[in-house]
Ligand binder design. Sequence first.
Ligand SMILES: [Ca+2]
Ligand SMILES: [Ca+2]
Length: 273
Amino acid sequence: MRVVNSDAQEDTLENGYTYEVPQVDWAALQWPLSMTLDADETSPLVFAQVYEPLVTEAAGCGPGITAQLGYGPQGTSPADDPGAWFWVDADCNSDCGTCGNNDEYQATFAISLAGQYSYAYRFSMDTETTWVYAEGIGTVTVRGGGSDLEIWEIQPAFGSVLGNTAITVKGNAFVDGAVIALDSEVLATTFVDENTLSAVSLSHVGGKVEVKVTNPDEEFVSLPNGYQYLLRGTPNLDRTDEGKIEIETTSQTDWSDLFLAGENSQAATAGAW
Ligand SMILES: [Ca+2]
Ligand SMILES: [Ca+2]
């Protein structure tokens, strides 16, 4: 920045002024956070809210904000991997009565290929040059059906690094004798029906791993990042019909004292501390 007086005296301050890219101050995915669809089925409306001072406070949606809803391979980040995501423009939900100072946007998507995907919102204030990615990532399972071998979802999709987590893989065209593998480690697998397999996880270092189902004829399908080994799962604090919170320990997806002690020894062995 340079200032020049009328007597031609002047001074310059290098980097004295910063041109900032206009960005929304806050944005978050609202609802829903997960869904299951058939292939090519249009999703329910997905909502996100955004806040920008002097733009969103007034009724309706303020000018100059572009909102997009996108989906991409499950476990990928829309900010880190935007080329792998598909985006659609969202519309203003001008009827939002609970938005306060925020604006709300809505959109739908449909996905042709069966599998598990993540979805998210992003917002731009400079005609789609830079984006702010909204807080919150949704998960959608797309069922294909027909005779194709498919993985739809893993229940639960995470478990202890110690292993011994009972997992169920839902999908299509499983054959008696099919096996589940986590990170290429084949598990002793129980065939329940053509849509359901169950197994118990083995111990493994923390992180996301591929889930693979192989039928006896060697045909296989895999879901990258489909299962996550955690040092500790989040306890399920949903109340029962009687209003009680029951910590369930057999699946090891809830906390227990025994579980916590085991984690520490496992972490030490893995050299993570
Ligand atoms: Ca801003
Ligand atoms: Ca508004």
